[in-house]
Ligand binder design. Structure first.
Ligand code: GCB
Length: 827
């Protein structure tokens, strides 16, 4: 079933050559010993990283295809833009090369192994854990597969030399002291047959006009310098791009190879006084980005990925951290043309082994950083270069042995120095950077002295402390290290758009807590000039298999959902980071207000003064504070219509809101979630309210609220099962006379584990294990079967009520319960 694919001329990006995208492969997985046809981009973990089974398959997959070679006077390269994580490549069953690391491109010259006609390509790819390949551990899923493009690149024998997965051409734009600029270009040429040729160089300005043309005689290496008068500078507001074109022309005037790339003239510096772009101070504000997508894992078509870049630009970001690994080439190109300053990094995350694996781990890290820099160097957006993230976090959590800690620290420092030195050598005009977690171990070991700029990943108000603690922490760091440029490289909280609360609290996963948190962080950072920038964690929700948050296997700190639909916070950023683009939009929570009180707090996301209207009557003129207008209104029973106008009376947005009381007098159902401070909208549209809001409840026994962060099996309703109450002797509700279906929801939450990233280390360890127990419901006995850990069960019973519902433990027992739903059967 081998197939050859579309041939086409590839003219964008770095090279012009006859390129064939190899899209269709036969794929054999060692997991199931089956072969199937697959298409690139491909991963084998798009599904199993999200199912109830802990873990995801990490092992070997074998891809095979055939290519048809007609012109043997050419040279051929197989280029992989990203394959996770160890690849071995064979042509006609002969080994051609091996590559470590899943996030950088690599290519092999396969010419010598080819014969005219059909040739067989085999790629053995393995994503099994390997102690020599970074990242060893991280809060994201290491999907296996050839998830970026694979190309057959056909070149003339005379071509630009290749190294580290790219052409050996370096472009350095420099601004002179006066208003002029110069472009330095170095290029190497592969010319095995010592042909005579010429190199043509042209530079085109942002309007497409050629402003320089030159021609050089045959050389194996070039060092060129092109003067540019009055360059139009590259910046986030005005990302002016120039085009560089280099052509190798043979004696007959035929073009043998072309290298084309966009460049931009800009100058940057980062000091403790702040960041400057083109001599002007610029506060760097933006987000982090992971590359995966709901339902697709990391095998995400480029068109989709580019939508991310527009959405990031749209909120007014000028800065983007590509965490924790180099991303697709097109992402860098989009950053160039949109004007996003990049922090790009190699994937050395969470730990460095202090074992016999260290040397190989170091070698692979060094290779990755070389590829990372070589492949992205020419992008004007490529400014901050990193190579480590929270590198001591595993040690802090897992290692108590002093000797072992010392060894880990020594090895990590050694590697950090090597990577720093390498980065400064390969990219002497760039800024080096490292991200660390909120722990003084980094200052104590001196690793913080190694990079030029330090990035702190700070989660005050989530994993530890309170939102307001941020400022104090920053001030202290600034006092201790006044000359150190500092960025907040991560800050964020999990937010599930199905959860809403007017009393948001830490770790509740409500969007309201997310809003409060981001408001607090931005405010504290804007007050401090010495913080040169910040990037929110994360632009989008992303896959992290081990997580058991309210949506298991997903880290929900995104400003947009995993499918990229915006959360409220995305609009809030847009309002505050782009004050010139006036808009007002109702903050969306749940479509119904189920409460005894008609009073409802609502919010408008806005960067302008507004007029508010409720059910056709003007209720207020209001001004936003920190991007939000908050108003409490009295609703009428049933439907309410809210409208917001700008000062000129132009309608900005409208919202329908339904109010009903939490009883069964007028409605058919009531759903109550115990132990929760939020209302939850399930997939079927049912809104589950917290027991307190139901307001009709009496509980007997010494009850305790419990909360878990574990994936509950066989349900997508984690928010119902992850909270509950234990120690209950009885529950009493008033119910209008009638017949009902009562559903009781239970879960065995086991012992709650400490979250991997819970920085305060203590964690909460509730033993919420449920044994088998007997209940009586209005006198009728039922027994709840013993559940396995992290499993749930439900009991449905029909009852006639004469004004009361009473659920009681039988005998001297107590019980735990997670949620109940009452539905009138209408009889
Ligand atoms: C961090 C890590 C990042 C995690 C994040 C989190 O500090 O750098 O990879 O995803 O925290 O959400 O816990």
């Amino acid at each position: 079933m081998y197939r050859i694919l579309v041939l086409f001329l590839f003219v964008t990006g770095q090279l012009l050559a006859q390129n064939t995208e190899l899209n269709t492969w036969s794929f054999y997985s060692e997991k199931d010993s089956l072969s199937r046809e697959v298409h690139i981009p491909h991963t084998w973990n798009a599904e199993d990283a999200f199912d109830d089974e802990p873990g995801y398959w990490r092992g070997k997959g074998v891809y095979t295809t055939t290519i048809d070679i007609r012109d043997t006077s050419k040279v051929y390269f197989l280029k992989f833009k990203g394959a996770n994580q160890v690849a071995e490549v064979f042509v006609n069953n002969e080994f051609v090369g091996q590559h470590y690391g899943g996030y950088t491109a690599f290519q092999f010259d396969i010419s010598k192994k080819l014969k005219p006609g059909k040739n067989k390509i085999r790629v053995e790819l393995d994503n099994a854990h390997d102690e020599t390949v970074p990242p060893l551990d991280a809060d994201f899923t290491f999907y296996g597969g050839m998830y970026r493009k694979v190309m057959l690149v056909e070149e003339s024998k005379l071509h630009f030399a290749k190294n580290y997965g790219t052409d050996e051409v370096r472009i350095d734009p420099f601004l002179n002291e006066n208003s002029g600029a110069r472009l330095k270009i170095t290029a190497k040429v592969e010319n095995p047959e010592k042909e005579k040729f010429s190199l043509k160089i042209s530079l085109t300005n942002p309007d497409g006009e050629e402003i320089y043309f030159g021609e050089k005689k045959s050389e194996s290496a070039y060092k060129l310098e092109i003067p540019v008068k009055a360059p139009r500078l590259w910046s986030p507001e005005d990302p002016n791009l120039y085009s560089v074109k280099l052509e190798l022309i043979d004696r007959e005037g035929k073009i043998k190879d072309i290298y084309e790339h966009k460049t931009g003239f800009r100058k940057f510096e980062a000091t403790a006084g702040g960041f400057k772009l083109n001599g002007k101070p610029l506060k760097l504000l933006g987000v982090n980005r992971h590359q995966d997508w709901e339902g697709l894992g990391n095998a995400v078509p480029i068109e989709k990925q580019l939508q991310d870049m527009t959405k990031i630009k749209e909120i007014g970001a000028n800065f983007l951290r590509l965490a924790h690994y180099p991303q697709a080439e097109e992402i860098y190109k989009a950053a160039d043309s949109l004007g996003l300053i990049l922090w790009s990094e190699a994937p050395v995350v969470n730990k460095v082994p202090a074992t016999a694996d260290y040397e190989a781990y170091k070698e692979h890290s060094v290779e990755m950083q070389k590829e990372h820099i070589a492949q992205n160097y020419n992008h004007p957006s490529f400014v901050f270069i990193g190579y480590m993230n929270e590198i001591f976090i595993r040690m802090v959590f897992d290692e108590d042995d002093e000797q072992k800690r010392t060894a880990i620290i020594d090895h990590t420092l050694k590697l950090a120095k090597t990577l720093e030195e390498l980065t400064r050598r390969m990219a002497p005009n760039h800024i080096t950077v490292m991200a660390i977690h909120g722990n003084q171990i980094y200052n104590r070991t001196g690793i913080t002295e190694i990079p030029m700029v330090l990035g702190w990943n700070l989660y005050y108000g989530w994993y530890e402390g309170e939102i307001e603690d941020l400022g104090g922490f920053l001030d202290k760091e600034q006092e201790k290290f006044p000359n150190r440029p500092l960025i907040i490289s991560e800050y964020g909280v999990g937010a599930d758009v199905r959860l809403h609360s007017d009393t948001p609290e830490k770790f509740d996963f409500t969007e309201e807590y997310q809003l409060t948190y981001h408001q607090g962080y931005l405010e504290q950072v804007l007050e401090r000039d010495f913080v040169i920038g910040m990037t929110a964690w994360n632009f989008a929700d992303f896959g992290s298999e081990f997580r058991g948050d309210t949506k298991p296997h997903v880290n929900q700190k995104g400003l947009v959902n995993y499918d990229r639909s915006p959360k409220n916070i995305w609009y809030w950023y847009k309002a505050v980071l782009r004050p010139e683009e006036k808009f007002s939009r109702f903050y969306r929570d749940l479509p119904a207000h189920i409460s005894n009180s008609p009073e409802k707090k609502f919010r408008v996301i806005s960067n302008q003064e507004v007029i508010l209207e409720l059910n056709g009557r003007q209720i207020a003129e209001a001004k936003p504070e920190n991007g939000i207008i908050t108003k409490t209104v009295k609703l009428q029973q049933g439907e309410n219509v809210l409208k917001v106008y700008n000062e000129d009376g132009v309608l900005q947005d409208s919202l329908k809101l339904f109010w009903r009381r939490p009883d069964l007098t007028d409605t058919e159902s009531l759903s109550i979630n115990f132990g929760a401070n939020f209302s939850y909208m399930a997939e079927d549209g049912e809104i589950w309210i917290p027991a307190e809001a139901a307001g009709i409840l009496e509980t007997g026994g010494e009850t305790k609220k419990v909360k878990s962060s574990t994936n509950i099996r066989d349900t997508a309703d984690e928010p119902l099962y992850q909270t509950g109450i234990t120690g209950v002797k009885s529950l009493k509700f008033q119910l209008p006379e009638g017949s009902y279906r009562l559903k009781l929801l239970f879960a065995n939450l086991g012992k709650d584990k400490t979250l991997a990233y819970e920085l305060s280390k203590e964690g909460k360890k509730n033993d919420t294990y449920l044994g088998k127990f007997q209940l009586s419901v209005n006198g009728k006995e039922i027994s709840v079967v013993k559940m396995e850990k992290f499993h749930k069960t439900e009991q449905t019973i029909f009852l006639e009520a004469e004004g009361l519902l009473e659920i009681k433990a039988v005998g001297n027992q107590t019980f735990s319960i997670n949620a109940i739903r009452l539905e009138s059967t209408g009889e």
